[in-house]
Design a binder for this molecule. Structure first.
Ligand SMILES: [Zn+2]
Length: 334
């Protein structure tokens, strides 16, 4: 469906691009993988390389601080900032070598509790269901239950469970994950997040800066004020304690406009963050509030043709404001 939109809209995009050149775009990624990737949060490393080549042929990649510097009004050069959320280990093993190869910078937003434990709650849910026999599970406190399922279908079951977990309170989510693990008793889950050694190595290279993404990756709008303050302050302190740098920027977990609120922004300002990033699509303009910076979610589906090959035209449409209208139209249809 998206390909049809792109084909139809690309001629309009060409005209439109004359109006939007010179914009700053913040690209959002999560995991980089060596294979096809199990879900939309994973992007193949070769596709990532091709994307960088395309971007560098059509604009420049700048550091996150450049976003907030007023540039020359007449500049027609598109600027791109690379950001990655969560802090997965592949950001060191697969992303970092590519950043060094192209000598470009990126910012990684860390969920510091994940760095400490080695995984996020959602990873544990997926792992537990993957290793389960597919028997049913009920959790009255959260109201979430799992019907008996074919273990081969664990990915789609996990997706549904994770979707439900984003709608409940953080304490109910913690209780759900604990009970799920004791119900299915999976083998230990191996570390999939970065270590502090890897984070320091990347930080020392000067190519990677780190921002905060809370401790436990909760939906902040579902927290009490003191819980939200803990997530915002402690993630900042964790990064300072382990790197010697206070993070300047923050990324809201899940990042939609309903996932944080005015109180979250006040807490971020009070704790001296300089800006915060959402997952709301759009490009940065000087008038954008620095605590509501939109980003462009780059998935393999959004930058490849049906044959799986990299498609620069598709990326161009994605990174223009036209994408916002396509998305709104598509959401209305679905
Ligand atoms: Zn996240």
């Amino acid at each position: 469906m998206k390909d049809i939109f792109i084909k139809f809209l690309f001629p309009f995009y060409r005209a439109h691009s004359l109006l939007v050149s010179g914009k700053k775009h913040v690209l959002m990624f999560h995991r980089i993988c060596a294979d096809k990737g199990a879900d939309s949060l994973q992007l193949n490393v070769e596709l990532f390389r091709e994307l960088l080549i395309y971007i560098l042929g059509h604009g420049e990649i700048v550091g996150i601080d450049d976003l907030f510097i007023n540039t020359e009004k007449n500049s027609a050069v598109n600027k791109y900032v690379l950001t990655l959320d969560d802090g997965y280990e592949d950001n060191h093993s697969l992303l970092f070598p590519v950043l060094k190869e192209f000598n470009v910078s990126a910012t990684i937003f860390l969920a510091t509790g994940g760095v400490k434990r080695g995984y996020l709650d959602f990873d544990m849910v997926q792992w537990t269901l993957r290793k389960s026999s597919g028997k049913e599970f009920a959790h009255p406190l959260s109201g979430i239950s799992i019907k008996p399922f074919d273990p081969d279908e664990y990915l789609s079951v996990s997706r549904e469970v994770i979707k439900s977990l984003k709608t409940i309170s953080h304490s109910a989510r913690v209780s759900f994950v604990e009970d799920l693990v004791s119900h299915y008793s999976p083998p230990p889950l191996n570390r999939c997040m970065l270590t502090w050694d890897q984070i320091r190595e990347m930080s020392n290279s000067g190519l990677v800066s780190f921002g905060a993404h809370t401790v436990n990756h909760p939906i902040i709008s579902k927290l009490t004020r003191s819980e939200a303050l803990f997530e915002i302050e402690s993630s900042k302190q964790d990064i300072y304690d382990n790197t010697g740098f206070y993070p300047k920027y923050f990324a809201y977990p899940n990042g939609k406009s309903c996932d944080y609120n005015d109180e979250t922004v006040s807490l971020l300002r009070e704790t001296n963050y300089c800006g915060a990033f959402t997952t709301v699509p759009g490009f940065y303009e000087d008038a954008v509030d620095e605590f509501n910076v939109p980003r462009i979610d780059v998935t393999s589906d959004s930058i490849t043709s049906r044959n799986g090959r990299f498609n620069g035209e598709k990326f161009s449409v994605l990174s223009s404001s036209l994408w916002r209208y396509i998305k709104q139209f598509r959401d209305r249809l679905s």
